[in-house]
Write a protein that binds this ligand. Structure first.
Ligand SMILES: [Ca+2]
Ligand SMILES: [Ca+2]
Length: 238
């Protein structure tokens, strides 16, 4: 009887041992499932999509006449000093580009450094100063404001000297490699446009520059009738 009891004890012990192994095996089998479940629940299995953001910046090479605050001047004007009627020719001098009417060139391009700024009569080589009834020339090289061999019958010549002008870079713009033009005078069919500023290859790009202090001078024929004369000129940046 005692022996049987011992055997039973042994059997019972064996039974328990079998159960422990079984639970361990079940736990080992559960580990990959737990790991998979962990990754799945934390989102490491995911999908993706991409999108572009876009931004356009527009602009073109430009010249404007601006005031001291950089605002475009509505009706730019260069007033030569008044002259008395005279029997012989005389000259009148003025300045193109002042603190309140600066010539501002804007090059917004990042890949082109070169440009030039020129001055020409808006109506072209046959333009003239006019007070509505009388005229005088702006591109006749004949001495003493006499008429020469050009297409009209009036004398007078406009000369432009940018060389003493003042160039100023706007903001962080450098003035390096931007050059003031040389003295020149309009001469019908020969000099119909005068370069007053030009940027070489090394000029900053993009950049913004202000030009002031370009001296201009006009010869007026003797016996020119009184009146308020005007001629319209165009600044072009190319
Ligand atoms: Ca002429
Ligand atoms: Ca002439």
């Amino acid at each position: 009887m005692k022996k049987i009891k011992k055997i039973l004890n042994m059997d019972i012990t064996q039974e328990i041992h079998i159960n422990e192994e079984s639970q361990l095996a079940a736990l080992i089998a559960l580990v990959p499932m737990l790991v998979f479940s962990f990754f799945f629940s934390t989102g490491l299995v995911s999908a993706a999509e991409t999108t572009d953001l876009s931004q356009s910046i527009t602009g073109a090479l430009d010249v404007k006449i601006v005031d001291g605050s950089g605002n475009e001047v509505a009706s730019p004007n260069v007033a030569f000093p008044s002259k008395n009627f005279a029997a012989t020719s005389q000259t009148s001098a003025a300045v193109l580009g002042t603190a309140s009417e600066k010539m501002r060139v804007t090059n917004p391009r990042g890949n082109v450094a070169t440009w030039s700024l020129n001055l020409a009569a808006t109506s072209g080589a046959t333009a003239s100063w006019s007070n509505g009834t009388s005229n005088y020339d702006f591109n006749d090289a004949t001495a003493l404001a006499a008429d020469g061999g050009d297409g009209d019958s009036i004398g007078g010549q406009l000369s432009v000297d940018p060389s003493a002008g003042t160039l100023a870079g706007v903001g962080t713009t450098s003035g390096a490699n931007v050059s003031l033009g040389a003295f020149s005078a309009f001469n019908e069919g020969t000099v119909d446009s005068i370069d007053i500023l030009s940027a070489a290859a090394g000029a900053q790009k993009p950049g913004v520059w202000d030009l002031t202090g370009v001296n201009i001078s006009q010869s007026i024929p003797g016996m020119q009738a009184t009146g308020a004369y005007t001629i319209n000129m165009t600044l072009t940046a190319i």
